[in-house]
Design a protein around this ligand. Structure first.
Ligand code: ZN
Ligand code: ZN
Length: 379
């Protein structure tokens, strides 16, 4: 007797599988005998897809943040996302409060701690070096070991002011002093120059906003990948999309992908304003944009499951494997003409869109609005 059974679900690579969940973990992945029973059992008849639960590696969901705020479940389970990783909304000052107020969420909420103790209270949190407090970071991590899974440093001119590359040097020291946690680095306008940033990064580091269209981007003016990024990638640095309001260019993404520079992780950089007014809307929307520029369903799904779990060192998540956390996303791929808009206001036409139907978190199924109207569990 299992807690939950799903029969005949499609995987992104085209297989049909059964899944059984017990005690919040995946107990069977593959084929179930006909007699297997569960408290809740659903047959999807090969009509819908299942993947490991989607992980959005870059969101903003500290509801009390003055600039970039949202509710975890609105960017999480309501959009089929089982785990959201807040990228630096809070620093040592507010991370305990952030932890406390997100315990009621259905979505798994994790945090990359801003190296500035203020977090993103203003746009220039790294312009004052006295806000970058090593002891404060160490103590915040010690107080919240299963919540803070890495560090975040926003390395663009409006954030660092006159400090140039210095905050990144300090972030790298903090990373080493705290067990070599993942470090996510936001890139944007210079200074600091992207080459200077990339040269400091190594395995375990993540560049977010990787396809931004600003002059300080990963491509040279001629459209070739910068040598510094090439070298960083060969050292194991990972590229994260972090779409956001100002950081995703179809033209850059298309040119990069043509050269084989595909993202390791697809994330939204979502918060209430770009969720409601666009151009982000949801992680599913951002994922769907990549169909129009050449990625396959299985590549797109890997970016929000296996790759995200690897980059953020979440070994229990991101895989359809016995013993993994029972976090799943049920979805469908709808064939319908779409117009997708990037952060530069340019649009691209697409043919298909991912529609999340349910998030299953720790074995608990939570239908999205589309899941309710599709009646996904009542075939
Ligand atoms: Zn950013
Ligand atoms: Zn962000």
């Amino acid at each position: 007797m299992y807690d939950l059974i799903l029969r005949q679900a499609k995987t992104a690579d085209g297989k049909l599988i059964d899944l059984a969940i017990q005690g919040g973990k995946l107990a069977v992945v593959g084929q179930l005998v006909a007699e297997a029973s569960a408290t809740q059992a659903y047959d999807l008849h090969g009509k819908y897809w299942v993947s490991a639960g989607w992980i959005d590696s870059h969101v903003h969901c500290y509801a009390k943040s003055p600039i970039y705020h949202d509710e975890p479940d609105l960017v999480g389970v309501a959009s089929g996302v089982t785990t959201v990783v807040d990228a630096g909304s809070t620093g040592a000052n507010d991370v305990d409060d952030f932890y406390r107020i997100t315990r009621a969420a259905k979505t798994n909420v994790l945090a990359l701690l801003n190296i500035a103790r203020t977090g993103i209270v203003t746009q220039n949190e790294l312009a004052d070096l006295t806000q970058i407090d090593k002891l404060g970071v160490q103590q915040a991590i010690a107080r919240n070991p299963n919540f803070i899974i890495g560090l975040k440093a926003r390395m663009s001119s409006s954030v660092v002011g006159a400090n140039g590359i210095t905050p990144l040097r300090i972030a790298k020291e903090m990373q080493q002093e705290n067990g070599n946690l993942p470090l996510m680095v936001h890139i944007g306008n210079n200074p600091p120059n992207l080459d200077e940033i990339a040269d400091l990064l190594a395995s375990g580091d993540i560049i977010t906003h990787c396809y931004n269209g600003k002059p300080n981007r990963i491509l040279t003016p001629e459209g070739q990948l910068r040598d510094s990024i090439n070298r960083a990638l060969s050292r194991g640095v990972k590229l994260d999309v972090g779409h956001g309001s100002a950081s995703f260019s179809f033209a850059v993404a298309e040119m990069a992908i043509k050269q084989g520079i595909i993202p390791h992780t697809i994330s939204s950089d979502i918060y209430c304003r770009n969720r409601l007014a666009g151009p982000v809307h949801s992680l599913a929307t951002v994922m769907s944009k990549f169909f129009s520029i050449g990625l396959t369903l299985s590549q797109v799904i890997d970016c929000v499951t296996r790759h995200a779990a690897d980059a953020l060192r979440l070994p229990e998540k991101g895989r359809l494997e016995v013993g993994a956390d029972a976090d799943l996303t049920l979805f469908t791929v709808q064939q319908s003409p779409q117009v997708f808009v990037d952060s530069e206001g340019l649009s691209v036409e697409g043919e298909q869109i991912l529609v999340p139907l349910a998030a299953i978190v720790g074995g608990e199924p939570l239908l999205t609005e589309e899941g309710k109207s599709t009646n996904v569990f009542k075939l």
